[in-house]
Design a protein around this ligand. Structure first.
Ligand code: GLC
Length: 482
């Protein structure tokens, strides 16, 4: 039996701001339980729902030095869905209204605390992992502290690490002197071949340099980040570590996302009966959102963090043109004020046709995936993307830009060979996107049989975790054996 510890700043169902939480919340369940004991450690945020906090049981506490002071480290635990979770408690650091806040220096101190605490609790919880699987910059200091902790004695020696990059855009960068003071790490680490990048300290870089293996969440993104356009100024490092870098595409929790048994949608459906049952959901959604009731009109969904990454400036650019077509558009999500207001504006201008839902709702997201005909995701970059996987599963046809995981998971429709599960375009160009949407409209309205065949292929595509969890197991094997 091999012990694996996932360290992450978010995890479904306890706390979520993005796709990272979905991945960390589902992947651990799909390892071979007879060979791997996979557990997860998270911060205990004050902003978690009380219902989750009520499940946690106190284990122990101690004090640990950070930023020149002894800090309380409380340990809580619970079991959920067959997985053991640990939570690190410190109300000074984790009392905000959200996991991250606007002050980058504070975020760095918070997750430096978390990273050091993850290693420090191990002897106390009696779970010594053979391998720690770190996710994103918030856990980038774990491999660095591990290197530093080796000198403390036998216990930490030989623990391996994997660093998974869910989004290279976020790196945890602040000036060297401050980070040195916060972390208490020696000067030795604050040089350009270690944690320093462009004169600053970079936590993700530390993780990438010190982890035994580095992964990202699709093969295409693993290639893209070796280039300046996608490399977020770390493309040199990505090339340097190319031999230890690979892409493993995310899976989807097929238990949670299943149109045939989803309790959040109005009418369940499957690949056999979507023609009859999916429109029931559509009618209910039009009613619920105050859109014109029309079973024939093509509905396009967008569910996303409303940020530049997701390509909403392209949507903004051609939205007036798109709204001349026979389409309805449904948006769900929160993010940058400029995009929130843009969608509110279009919902006002094209009322009955455009619905802007500027909030977060898991329930409404299920209803939208189950109802709309197509899903638009014109991302500037996309490490993996999960919404297109949810769309495919619910027979909602993704229209995507060919980047990162979108390229790896959506096969473009070929009208001559009758293949493909979606529509895609290559360049980050608003009219290229619009033309692709209009091509999809044409198939939807004029070749309904072909459209329904695309839906069948989409629903039959397999993006369950089975395959990808197997790839992670092989990666672990290469580091810690069987
Ligand atoms: C980040 C990426 C997204 C990816 C997710 C989970 O949110 O932006 O593309 O799917 O992490 O790995």
């Amino acid at each position: 039996m091999k012990n694996i510890l996932f360290a992450s700043s978010e995890c479904v169902p306890f706390i979520k701001t993005g796709g990272l939480a979905d991945v960390v919340g589902s992947l651990p369940k799909y390892f071979d339980k007879s060979s791997y004991d996979v557990r997860v450690v998270l911060p205990k945020y004050n902003c978690m729902y009380q219902k989750w906090k009520d499940m946690m049981q106190y284990v122990d506490h101690f004090y640990m030095n950070l930023a020149g002071e002894d800090r309380y480290v409380g340990i809580l635990t619970c079991e959920y869905d067959g997985i053991t979770f640990y939570f690190i408690d410190n109300e000074y650091y984790f009392n905000g209204f959200a996991p991250y806040d606007g002050d980058p220096r504070w975020n760095i101190e918070k997750f430096a605390f978390f990273s050091k605490a993850v290693l420090s609790i191990l002897p106390v919880i009696g779970f010594r992992p053979e391998l720690i699987h770190c996710h994103d910059w918030q856990t980038g200091l774990i491999p660095v502290y591990l290197d530093n902790f080796r000198y403390l004695g036998e216990y930490y020696r030989g623990i391996k690490t994997v660093m998974t990059i869910h989004n290279l855009k976020f790196q945890g960068v602040w000036d060297k002197e401050t980070v040195r003071q916060i972390t208490g790490l020696p000067d030795y680490y604050f040089v350009p071949d270690k944690m320093e990048a462009y004169k600053d300290a970079n936590l993700l870089k530390g993780g990438i340099v010190y982890a035994n293996k580095v992964t990202t969440v699709s093969q295409t993104y693993a290639e893209e980040i070796k280039t300046p356009f996608y490399g977020e100024a770390l493309d040199g490092l990505m090339n340097a570590r190319a031999n230890d870098l690979c892409g493993i595409v995310n899976g989807l929790d097929y238990e949670q996302w299943s149109p045939s048994k989803d309790g959040k949608i109005v009418k369940n459906f499957s690949v056999e009966n979507f023609r009859k049952n999916k429109p029931v959901n559509k009618a209910a959604l039009q009613e619920e959102l105050g859109l014109e009731k029309n079973p024939k009109v093509m509905m396009i969904g967008m569910i996303s963090r409303l940020t530049d990454q997701k390509g909403f400036d392209l949507v903004d650019y051609v939205m007036d043109e798109l709204c001349q077509d026979a389409v309805q558009i449904v948006v769900l999500g929160t993010g940058d004020a400029k995009y929130e207001n843009m969608f509110r504006h279009f919902a006002w201008k094209y009322s009955g046709k455009v619905s802007a839902n500027i909030f977060y709702s898991d329930e409404l997201s299920h209803k939208i995936y189950a109802s709309v005909d197509a899903f638009l995701m014109p991302s500037l970059f996309e490490p993996c993307g999960l919404s297109q996987l949810m769309s495919l599963r619910y027979g909602t046809i993704p229209i995507v830009r060919e980047t990162g995981g979108l390229k790896d998971t959506v096969e473009p429709y070929n009208e001559f060979e009758k293949t493909g599960t979606g529509f895609s375009f290559a360049n980050y160009n608003a009219h290229e996107m619009l033309n692709t949407v209009r091509y999809a409209e044409k198939i939807y309205y004029d070749k309904k049989r072909d459209w329904n065949k695309i839906v069948e292929r989409a629903m039959n595509a397999d993006f369950s975790w089975k395959n990808s969890a197997g790839q992670y197991q092989n990666l672990y094997k290469s580091l810690i054996g069987e």
